[in-house]
Design a protein around this ligand. Structure first.
Ligand SMILES: Cc1cc2nc3c(=O)[nH]c(=O)nc-3n(C[C@H](O)[C@H](O)[C@H](O)COP(=O)(O)OP(=O)(O)OC[C@H]3O[C@@H](n4cnc5c(N)ncnc54)[C@H](O)[C@@H]3O)c2cc1C
Length: 412
C-alpha cells in the first residue's frame, strides 16, 4: 500500500529534466508556484545529460554531453532558451552538416532532404496509422511520432524550402547550458528530488502521484513529457508505469591537435552508416590547463548492437573523423574516454496536450526545438517571466561566464 500521509508541500510536479521541463519549472517557480522537479535518474537532463570524464594525462577532467546535440531554428526558440538559461545563443560559425548516403557532406537543411523527410513522414503516418487501426499496438508509437513530426514540419519548417535560417547554439556549449537551466530552476524556488513516478490518480481536487518507493505526493498539477513511461490505466481513471526498452549509445571523446583539424565542424549527422551516428565539437571554457592549448575535442556518438572491441571502436572513430572531414587524412587522435547514453524508448507514448484538468504533457521527443515551438504556440504565457539574465551560477556549476573571454562556439 502507498504511504497513508501524502506530502502536500508542492503545487506543481514537473516529471523529467530535459531542457523544456527545466524551463517550465523555472517559469512556474518565478510565478510563485511551489514546484517539485522529479527524475528517476540522479543525473539531470534526460537525453541532454552531462558527464565528467577523467583524463589522467591532464590536470582538469573533461565535461561532456552524453550525446551530440543541435538545436534547430524554430520560431522563437533561441530567444526563449536565451531568456530561460540566461546565456546568449550565438550563430554557429560552422553550420551543422550531414553526411549523405554516398558519403558527401551536405548542409543540415537542404531542399531534397526536406522533401524526402516530408514524404517519409507521410508514408509513416499512412502505414503505421493503418497498422494501428488493424490492432497492431506496437505501431501506435511510430504513428504518433510520424504524425507529430509531419505536423511540425508543415507548421514550422516548410518555409526552409526558400532558405533556412542560421542555426545557433549556447555561447559556452551545452554542458554549461544544461547546468544553467537546472541551477536557475532551483534558484527560482523549485525543489528537485530523485523519484520515479509510477502512478497518477485523482484524489479529490488534487492529483495523487505515487513513486517506485511507494511514496505519495498530492499536487494540483502534473507536467510531463510524452516520454515519461506512463500509460492510461485499465479503468481509465489515471496513468500507471509503462514498459520501456533501452536504446544504448556510446559517446567517445577524442582529442586532435589544432594543426591536424581540417574542418572545425560543430555538428555532423551521419546518415545510415552503422555504428556511426553523429559527431560534434565539445565546446567548453577556454583551457584552464596550459597543456590543453592547441587541442580540440570532439564527441563521436556510436550505436553498437553489442560491446565493441578495441579494434572495432578505433576503426569506427577513424571513419567518423574522416567522413565528417574533421581530421587531416591519417592524422593521429587520442581517445580520452567514453560515456554510455541509455535513452529509454517508451513502448506506450502518452498523447500530447491536457490529458485531464491539471495533467499536461509536452512532446519534445526527437526534436527539442519543435517541442519548445509547440509549447510557445499553445501553452506558454504571453509574456513569460524568467530570472534576470545576469544571475551568477552556483559554485557547484561547471562553468562561469567570468572565466571566459570569448564565445566557446567560436573558438576555432
Ligand atoms: C541520444 C539522444 C540525443 C538527442 N539529441 C537531440 C538533439 O541534439 N537535438 C534535439 O532537438 N533533440 C535531441 N534528442 C531528442 C530528445 O528526445 C529531446 O531533445 C528531449 O530531450 C526529449 O525530452 P523528453 O523529456 O521527452 O525525454 P528525455 O530527454 O529522455 O527526458 C526524460 C526524463 O524524464 C525522466 N523520466 C522518465 N520517466 C520518468 C518517470 N516515470 N519518473 C521520473 N522521471 C522519469 C528520465 O530519466 C529523463 O531524465 C535526442 C534524443 C536522444 C535519445
Amino acid at each position: 500500500m502507498p504511504d497513508k500521509i501524502a506530502q502536500e508541500r508542492w503545487d506543481d510536479l514537473v516529471v523529467g529534466t530535459s531542457p523544456l521541463m527545466l524551463m517550465l519549472a523555472q517559469l512556474l517557480a518565478v510565478e510563485g508556484r511551489r514546484v517539485l522537479i522529479v527524475d528517476r535518474d540522479a543525473v539531470r537532463g534526460g537525453a541532454w545529460q552531462t558527464a565528467i570524464i577523467k583524463d589522467d594525462s591532464k590536470r582538469s577532467d573533461v565535461a561532456t554531453e552524453i550525446a551530440c546535440h543541435v538545436i534547430e531554428a524554430f520560431p522563437g526558440v533561441y530567444e526563449c532558451l536565451e531568456a530561460a538559461a540566461g546565456v546568449p545563443f550565438e550563430t554557429l560559425r560552422e553550420q551543422p552538416m550531414r553526411v549523405g548516403r554516398n558519403g558527401r557532406l551536405l548542409p543540415y537543411f537542404n531542399r531534397p532532404l526536406l522533401l524526402l523527410a516530408a514524404l517519409r513522414m507521410t508514408a509513416g503516418v499512412a502505414v503505421h496509422g493503418l497498422k494501428t487501426v488493424l490492432g497492431r499496438r506496437s505501431a501506435r508509437n511510430e504513428y504518433l511520432n510520424n504524425r507529430i513530426k509531419l505536423a511540425n514540419l508543415l507548421r514550422f519548417q516548410i518555409g526552409y524550402l526558400r532558405g533556412c535560417p542560421k542555426m545557433r547554439g549556447p555561447r559556452f556549449g551545452y554542458v554549461d547550458f544544461l547546468t544553467r537551466l537546472y541551477e536557475r530552476a532551483i534558484r527560482a524556488g523549485a525543489d528537485f528530488e530523485r523519484r520515479e513516478v509510477t502512478a497518477i490518480h485523482r484524489d479529490g481536487n488534487r492529483w495523487r502521484v505515487t513513486d517506485s518507493e511507494r511514496r505519495t505526493l498530492l499536487v494540483s498539477a502534473v507536467h510531463a513529457t510524452t516520454s515519461v513511461g506512463l500509460r492510461p490505466d485499465q479503468a481509465g481513471t489515471g496513468w500507471v508505469a509503462a514498459k520501456a526498452r533501452p536504446d544504448l549509445r556510446l559517446a567517445v571523446v577524442v582529442e586532435l591537435a589544432e594543426a591536424d583539424i581540417l574542418t572545425h565542424q560543430c555538428y555532423v549527422g551521419i546518415w545510415r552508416r552503422w555504428p556511426l551516428r553523429r559527431v560534434s565539437r565539445v565546446d567548453t571554457m577556454p583551457p584552464v590547463d596550459k597543456s590543453e592549448a592547441g587541442i580540440k575535442r570532439f564527441l563521436v556518438e556510436l550505436q553498437f548492437e553489442r560491446r565493441a572491441n578495441k579494434r572495432e571502436l578505433n576503426s569506427a572513430l577513424e571513419e567518423a573523423l574522416d567522413l565528417t572531414a574533421i581530421r587531416r587524412p591519417g592524422a593521429p587522435f587520442r581517445q580520452i574516454g567514453a560515456v554510455e547514453c541509455v535513452a529509454m524508448q517508451n513502448i506506450d507514448l502518452l498523447p500530447e496536450g491536457e490529458l485531464a484538468d491539471g495533467v499536461i504533457t509536452y512532446h519534445t521527443s526527437g526534436n527539442l526545438a519543435a517541442g519548445i515551438a509547440n509549447w510557445l504556440r499553445n501553452r506558454a504565457p504571453r509574456s513569460p517571466r524568467w530570472l534576470p539574465p545576469d544571475m551568477p551560477l552556483a559554485e557547484s556549476s561547471l562553468a562561469t561566464p567570468e572565466d571566459v573571454d570569448g564565445p566557446a562556439n567560436h573558438l576555432v
